[in-house]
Design a protein around this ligand. Structure first.
Ligand code: MRU
Length: 368
């Protein structure tokens, strides 16, 4: 997608030095646009954990490039052990987003028969490049399929904008490109369908207010940032035609882990008969589990993310200010689970299906 007319993806190899990976440092958005050079696997792990980049498919891509950097720095005579350790290190940086674990597992499998460090470098780099190309195509296809849903909603209220509520940032910054939840929105906007997006601010890290709003603004999509608590009220007053969110991990039965607060939106949507869609590529499914509430590990992050809030000061600098009383404890669960029965449909690269095992496996029979 474009930023001020220039096309970017979220992660790429540095043009004049392919041993360096470059990323957009999302912590500074929307006020500063910073590109960060990543030189080592260790540095990539910090970038994932401290959310220089974030969002499930983007974390998966970062893990693949992290393994490539690990292969470059591995000792010649012990590269296999080194890569295994680095895979374990990357794996524990963010526990909920399953794209990370899926990526490390897939690369480790490819490395099993690998005989030399040179070969390992090639395997990791090829995987990273191909996975990114595939991720972009899957997100584009999510847009193609999701567009059909938006078209139907528009047909039911022609000449009025379709109001879509989204939570967190499941946009192109959360992926390699296009986004998951935002891909159908961009597709509808580009097809001339008037859409308007309610952007949940998404406390505590404010990915909606900072990143989704930045993306939509750059693409010219009409939107309004709302405090997290507003969605239910808007739904009661027919101001929301559909909800689309992304997912960090979805079970084979259709339970969806996504940014904390997603569950509350799903409850409000159910109560108000607003369709609630989840957009995700197959890389964000966890095919090994059935019960999301019991089995999905929920990341707990530092209390400071709740106690402090970040913004641009009058002098232009980015500052963090204390929001709570100095000694009030704070709790920071990063994700929650929306049970399948609250999900109207799942939008994938292979089409749209109901949130149940039979329907999901109907689209992905190879995981039966
Ligand atoms: O903590 P984050 O910012 O990594 O959480 C991101 C989300 O919850 C997204 O909605 C999810 O990863 C879907 S990404 C397309």
């Amino acid at each position: 997608m474009k930023i001020q007319g220039k096309a970017y993806q979220t992660i790429w190899l540095k043009e004049d030095n392919p041993e360096i990976v470059q990323i957009i440092d999302q912590r500074a958005l929307p006020h500063q646009f910073i590109i960060e050079d990543i030189h080592s696997c260790e540095q990539m792990g910090v970038a994932i954990k401290d959310m220089h980049l974030r969002g499930a498919p983007c974390i998966g891509a970062a893990a693949a490039y992290g393994m490539y950097l690990a292969a470059l720095e591995a000792p010649e005579n012990d590269f296999a052990n080194y890569l295994q350790q680095k895979g374990d290190y990357l794996n524990q940086t963010r526990p909920t987003a399953v794209d990370l674990a899926n990526t490390i597992r897939a690369i480790s499998k490819k490395l099993v028969a690998c005989k030399t460090k040179k070969e390992a470098i090639k395997i990791c780099l090829t995987y990273a490049i191909e996975a990114c190309v595939e991720s972009v195509e899957h997100c584009r296809l999510i847009g193609v399929h999701g567009l059909e849903i938006i078209k139907k909603l528009y047909a039911a209220k022609p000449n009025e904008p379709v109001n879509i509520l989204t939570h967190c940032n499941a946009g192109w910054m959360a992926c390699v490109d296009y986004g998951t939840a935002t891909s159908p929105i961009y597709a509808a906007h580009d097809a001339g369908i008037p859409v308007h997006v309610w952007v949940d601010e998404t406390r505590p890290r404010n990915q909606g207010a900072r990143i989704t709003a930045f993306e939509l603004l750059n693409h010219g999509v009409p939107h309004t940032v709302i405090p997290d608590n507003v969605g239910g009220h808007l739904m009661q007053h027919q101001q929301v035609d559909m909800v689309i969110v992304g997912s960090d991990r979805t079970t084979r039965t259709g339970d969806v882990a996504n940014k904390i607060g997603t569950y509350l939106k799903a409850l409000a949507a159910k109560d108000n008969k607003v369709p609630f869609y989840v957009a995700l590529p197959h890389s964000s499914f966890d095919w090994s589990i059935r019960d999301g509430i019991k089995e999905i590990p929920i990341e707990k992050r530092g209390a400071n993310e709740v106690s402090y809030i970040q913004g641009k000061a009058k002098d232009g600098s980015i500052q963090q200010v204390l929001l709570t009383p100095e000694n009030s404890p704070a709790l920071n669960y990063a994700f929650d689970v929306t049970p399948a029965h609250l999900v109207t449909g799942i939008i994938t690269e292979r089409g749209v299906c109901a949130a149940n095992e039979a329907a999901i496996l109907g689209l992905f029979p190879e995981y039966s």
